[in-house]
Design a protein around this ligand. Structure first.
Ligand code: ATR
Length: 267
């Protein structure tokens, strides 16, 4: 019998998750279906109840429901607790497992696909909203020395303080000064409106990676990085595929190969 999965969001028509998971299924010989479901903005819980009744095995959750998914889960992983957001739900008997694979996807893309070590590296995380909070714990676990900056500095300080670790601090853009970083990650939504972020031009250390968690467009942050000496500039497509592979592995116990799919999607 085919096991059913879905991604829930609003809007959802743009989602690449069905394509990615169907390709993983073909590659690994897993008998699953995967579709995109648009839940009404006030109807996330009802949608979950329906999926459960219809025998779905799990779902991915995207904007704007990751916090509601966090609240709906009865069994949370450490990284979901740290993120206060869930992107992967598993329906097991009476329990709802909640995990967050975004940070693991980012870390794997940086280390494995972009071949950039994170251990003891100076990492600047720009932004302190939902996208940023999802990746802090996996970056710390990878050994990064993390500085979080945000337009609203208090949010960066609060996010850093949640981890009670000397390896993570927060502040406003002005706190960057003339410090240099090996990896700079844009986790703001500024690229959606085409806004530039006021970062210092001296930001990038020799050999630095600039990483935008957004994909599908060249953002002002990526252009800024190219103009100011970043050795490598990446968008978030690899992270998208890697977070999906991590979710697939949670559900099916098989890790798909991602390299070929990333290349296919890029073309
Ligand atoms: P997401 O889930 O995409 O992270 P969010 O939780 O609303 O969305 O967070 C958006 C992030 O982008 C925040 O860090 C926000 O900064 P503020 O906390 O100061 O609002 C940041 N952001 C959005 N537009 C921005 C802009 N034009 N310049 C700089 N930062 C911006």
């Amino acid at each position: 019998m085919t096991d059913r999965y879905a991604v829930i969001g609003n809007p959802i028509s743009h989602s690449k998750s069905p394509l990615i998971h169907r390709m993983f299924a073909v590659q690994t010989g897993q008998d699953i279906s995967y579709e995109a479901i648009e839940a009404p903005l006030d109807g996330f819980r009802d949608t979950l109840v329906r999926l459960r009744q219809e025998g779905y095995k799990g779902c991915n959750v995207t904007v704007p429901f990751k916090f509601e998914a966090f609240n709906a889960a009865t069994d949370l992983t450490d990284r979901a607790l740290a993120a206060e957001a869930v992107n992967t739900l598993s329906f097991n008997d009476g329990l709802t497992g909640g995990d967050n694979t975004d940070g693991a996807g980012l870390v794997r893309d940086i280390r494995h696909n972009l071949d950039m070590a994170l251990e003891n590296k100076r990492v600047l995380l720009v932004g302190a909203g939902g996208a940023a909070s999802g990746v802090v714990l996996p970056l710390l676990e990878a050994g990064a020395q993390l500085f979080i900056v945000n337009r609203t500095p208090a949010k960066a300080c609060e996010l850093a303080a949640r981890f009670a670790s000397s390896a993570v601090q927060g502040g406003g853009y002005e706190a960057i000064g003339d410090a240099q970083f090996d990896v700079v990650i844009n986790a703001t939504s500024a690229g959606l409106s085409g806004s530039a972020i006021p970062l210092p031009e001296t930001l990038f250390a020799a050999g630095a990676l600039a990483y935008d968690m957004m994909y599908g467009r060249d953002t002002p942050f990526m252009a800024f990085a190219r103009d100011n000496g970043a050795a490598l500039v990446a968008d978030g497509l690899g992270m998208l595929v890697e977070q999906a592979a991590e979710a697939f592995n949670i559900w099916r116990g098989v890790r798909p190969d991602t390299a070929e799919l990333i290349a296919t999607l890029r073309n």
